[in-house]
Each structure stands twice: as C-alpha cells, then as structure tokens.
Design a protein around this ligand. Structure first.
Ligand SMILES: O=C(O)CCC(=O)C(=O)O
Ligand SMILES: [Fe+2]
Length: 276
C-alpha cells in the first residue's frame, strides 16, 4: 500500500531532499502551532470569503482559490521565508539553477461535495518542454484545517516522480496526505497528485506556496500580484524570492520607460524597483 513518510518538523534539508528525490513527497508534522494557524486563517479568510468558485473541473467548481498572498497576508509572508522550507527548496532546486523564486501563493478551500481533481504533475505548467532530469519545482501545501481521507486530503502517488509521462497510477498506488492542522505536505513538481474528494460536512483549507527555478516563468505573476509599491516594504530576502532580483545573469533587468534624468535612463537591476 502506498504511503508517505511523516517526518519530524526539525528534519534537516539534506534528508528532506533525499526523500523528495526518492518518493517525490513527504509530510513535515506539526510545524505550526494552533495560534499560528489561527492567525493565518484570520488574515486569509476575508479574502477567501470574497473568492468565487473555480470555473472548470481542474480548478474545482466547489473550490475557492485565492492568491496574491504575499501582498495580502503578513503571516503568509513569514511562511514564504520559513527557514527550513527555504533551505529544503534550495537543497532540492539549486542543482538546476543559481536562484529559486516563488512560483505561486494560493489558498485552496475545498467545499463539501467537491469531487477529486484529476491526477496531474504541477510541472505541466511548462508543458513537457523541460527535460525529465530537471526538477523545476518544490511545493508546499500547509494544512490550515486537518487533512483527512474524508475531507479531501491531497492524493499523492509516491515514486511517480520517476515514471514516464504516460504511466497512469493504479488505485493502490495512490495515498492521501492525511495530516494534522499545522503540518505541511512537501511535494515535487514531478510527482503525480491532486486534490481529494470532500465527502465531509466542512471545508478543507490548504495553503499552497510553491517555489521554482529562477530562470523559469512564475505561475502567479508576482510583479502584478505583489507590485513594487507593496514589495518595497518587504525584507530583501522576501523581495528576491518574489522575483525582484536577476533570475540569472542578464535575466530580468529593466529600464525606466519615463526616466527623469540621465541617471535613471539606463539599465536597472530588478532590486532598483523595490528600493534596493
Ligand atoms: O488541493 C490540493 O490538495 C491539491 C491541488 C493541486 O494539486 C493543484 O491545484 O494543482
Ligand atoms: Fe497540483
């Protein structure tokens, strides 16, 4: 029977990377306290409440997906830079890039009655253009409610990160990321997974924060979801993670279209837009 490894929250980045390479996913248990989850919920729910359901089967017609969380929530900003998560993302991704960046921020609020999402790999955001040897993405889903079999805990196919694109999972190869509120599912862009079916009476709330290689296009456009006038108040670490830095030599410079003087007319590094 397929199963995910459940790790202590203090597990080091190297061990996490090895398990991610092997299984494509694992769970870090009880990382956040109840008070920390309460704070996240109080900052995020006002936005979730104003979010319409998804428009199609993939996004879920009984699922609310709410983004722009770097701009909207201080508690979410703390999670984006969570030291053990960023260390693990670096350990996993820096083999393929000099930098990592935030790929998306999104709460996934699955209401009762929502069916299971189709199984997929998140790396298909870039279609199948990237070589299978490249791991483009390191993903988190923070459980802001308990994740149970009944309420739609994420379905995961451990080891499917090594499969050919066309191989399909059999029922006994699929497990669910059952975890307590405050735990986090870590999964690669290559592992097959999906949202589960919510057969319970209450919503399932996950917070999806994902990271990708610095030279790739981000799924959630951070320059629009978290524009410079907001990002300029953040730490330099967070600004850079959001993409306000060169993704690689020469990737991401800009020029001010309406410079006031000669000095502003040249080529600027992304940091310049956020006060760096
Ligand atoms: O909600 C979940 O548990 C997973 C959702 C997912 O995999 C996705 O939307 O790409
Ligand atoms: Fe996904």
């Amino acid at each position: 029977m397929a199963e995910l490894q459940k790790l202590d929250k203090s597990t080091d980045a190297k061990t996490i990377k090895e398990i991610m390479d092997q299984d494509g996913a694992c769970i870090l248990q009880d990382v956040l306290s109840n008070a920390e989850v309460d704070q996240l919920m109080s900052e995020l729910m006002p936005f979730v409440d104003r979010t319409p359901y998804g428009a199609d089967a993939f996004t879920g017609t009984l699922t609310r997906r709410t983004g722009a969380l770097a701009a909207r929530s201080a508690a979410c900003r703390e999670l984006i830079i969570h030291p053990n998560i960023v260390d693990s993302a670096n350990e996993f991704l820096l083999r393929f890039s000099k930098k990592i960046q935030v790929h998306l921020t999104q709460t996934i609020y699955i209401d009762p009655g929502q069916g299971a999402q189709v199984l997929h790999r998140d790396r298909y955001a870039w279609d199948k253009h990237l070589s299978a040897e490249v791991e483009p993405q390191f993903n988190t889903i923070w459980a802001l409610t308990d994740f149970t079999k009944q309420n739609g805990a994420t379905r995961v196919v451990p080891g499917s990160n090594h499969w050919k694109w066309q191989q399909e999972a059999k029922d006994d190869q699929i497990c669910q990321a059952e975890m307590s509120r405050g735990s986090v599912l870590l999964y690669s862009g290559s592992v097959i997974h999906s949202g589960g079916e919510n057969l319970s009476e209450l919503a399932r709330m996950g917070l999806n924060i994902t990271y990708c290689l610095g030279w790739l296009r981000q799924e959630e456009n951070q320059y629009l979801s978290c524009p410079p006038e907001i990002a300029r108040n953040f730490s330099s670490q967070l600004q850079k993670l959001l993409g306000y830095t060169h993704g690689n030599y020469a990737l991401g410079y800009y020029s001010d279209p309406f410079p006031e003087g000669e000095l502003g007319a040249g080529i600027q590094p992304p940091e310049h837009a956020v006060g760096g």
